[in-house]
Write a protein that binds this ligand. Structure first.
Ligand code: PFF
Length: 458
């Protein structure tokens, strides 16, 4: 039976949809990416371009994703095909981007799972950098060792099995349930971590380092670009994921109000993560009698897998803090990766008419094999870094430009989508929305894309 004639899966409630959308948005990007990006781009002053990007592009493009998914009731490729017979390829482009990210994202969740276990005996002490790069990832060693199998491959299998089972249970019983369980747990765990962090000695210095504004940075275009990039990745927009999620919404659903809740919840979590991370780094600086500015490894995997473990080894009750921190990373990452793969698996269902279980098993197995093969060798890690740079930096911005220009200028469906959103929502959007997604966003994003291509090529 063709999937398009089968009853479409549905969230069991509006709350379920909102939780799943927040679960997708709140992920590794919030915990390890935001604090470092904010710190490097003007500290407190970064909040201005960040909020500007949230209001002028983040939430408006989130509305656009919602409108496309809800109006055309399909995952990205099907929704775009229904929009116009020649635009299905835009949806598949988004699905490919999602696939690339999932392969990398799963590996980081697997590392976090290993580090959760290592927290019991603080296995990374005393040299967390050597432990991560040498003992754990065995970078530079082309052989697949027993350590790589037990430390990386097995947790990766565990992660992929969990993804497969969740997706195979379907949208309401799998994805929605997982978010209902993990999101509240994550919030409680994270608030606990932040309270602990801000009561450590030196915390105030860490917060000063993060929030002291460097106003001159507001004149630096790179800072604005960084703000837009952070908002896109963090809100999971222009990956086709939010199109997919909103296609499972009932016909009568308050779309724009949900979008506002999701947008602000995600940013609140992000700022909370910034506070937690920098308060903890303030403690590290205090412990080493130095300043936060002198510390290294303040973002990305190194922050989570080298710098944080170093602090955890030094603090009172470190093991417990480590357990809660790595459990938080796993939960935040898991609710994001299932959204990415639901996008891929849903697209396969829509296109080929496979059932939920068949396509969940098929997609998870293919992605799992690639992810395990790549991450069990160092060369894979290096290749993936390049691919990820292109997918995240170029691909996503390109996707957003194509989507907005196509809808507003080429197909001229902006007004129709605005009416659609307003017909079902309590928060009504005016014509300003078309101006934001049709003019301001493509112009700024076009500029950003050029800059990024130039930096990557030079
Ligand atoms: N928003 C997630 C994060 O901040 O970590 C990452 C992500 C999820 C990106 C889903 C893209 C996506 F489609």
């Amino acid at each position: 039976m063709a999937a398009t004639t089968r009853q479409r899966e549905q969230w069991s409630s509006q709350t379920g949809f909102i939780l799943a959308a927040i679960g997708s948005a709140v992920g590794l990007g919030n915990i390890w990416r935001f604090p470092g990006v904010a710190y490097e781009n003007g500290g407190g002053a970064f909040l201005i371009p960040y909020l500007f990007a949230l209001l002028t592009a983040g939430i408006p493009i989130l509305f656009l994703d919602y409108a496309i998914g809800h109006r055309f009731r399909g995952t990205a490729p099907l929704a775009f095909r229904r929009l116009h017979k020649n635009t299905e390829v835009v949806g598949w482009f988004q699905i490919i981007l999602s696939f690339v990210i999932s392969v990398y994202y799963a590996a980081v969740i697997a590392w976090a799972l290993s580090y959760f276990v290592f927290s019991f005996d603080l296995r990374w002490a005393p040299d967390s950098l050597n432990f991560f790069v040498g003992d754990y990832l065995q970078v530079g060693d082309p052989e697949i060792s027993t350590q790589i199998v037990s430390g990386v491959a097995i947790p990766l299998v565990v992660v992929w099995v969990a993804i497969l089972v969740t997706l195979a249970l379907g949208v309401a019983k799998g994805v929605e349930k997982a978010n209902m369980i993990f999101l509240p747990l994550l919030v409680v765990a994270f608030i606990g971590l932040v309270i602990r962090a801000v009561t450590l000695p030196g915390a105030a210095d860490g917060l000063n380092a993060l929030f002291t504004p460097d106003w001159s940075e507001l004149f630096n275009p790179a800072v604005w670009i960084a703000a837009y990039a952070q908002i896109f990745f963090s809100l999971s927009i222009a990956f086709g994921i939010m199109i997919t999620y909103s296609s499972y919404q009932r016909r009568k659903a308050n779309m724009t109000s949900s979008g506002l809740v999701v947008g602000f919840a995600n940013s609140s979590f992000e700022i909370l993560a910034g506070i937690g991370v920098f308060a903890t780094l303030g403690f590290l600086a205090w412990d080493q009698s130095t300043t936060v500015g002198e510390l290294e490894g303040l973002s990305g995997p190194i922050l989570s897998f080298v710098t944080f473990p170093a602090v955890i080894a030094e603090m009172p009750g470190g093991s417990f803090f480590g357990l809660v921190f790595f459990a938080s990373l796993v939960m935040a990452g898991f609710t994001s990766i299932i959204s990415i793969l639901q996008g891929v698996s849903g697209a396969v269902q829509d296109k080929f008419g496979f059932g939920v279980r068949q396509s969940a098993v098929g997609v998870s197995l293919v992605c799992a094999v690639i992810s395990i093969a790549l991450f069990s060798t160092t060369s894979g890690l290096i290749a993936l870094d390049t691919v990820d740079q292109w997918a995240n930096n170029i691909g996503i911005v390109l996707s957003a430009i194509v989507m907005t220009v196509l809808l507003v200028w080429v197909l001229r469906r902006g007004e129709e989508l605005r009416f659609h959103l307003n017909a079902v929502s309590t928060f009504k959007i005016g014509r300003w929305w078309i101006l934001l997604i049709g003019v301001l966003a493509p112009l700024l994003l076009g500029y950003m894309l050029l800059q990024r291509i130039i930096t990557l090529l030079t």
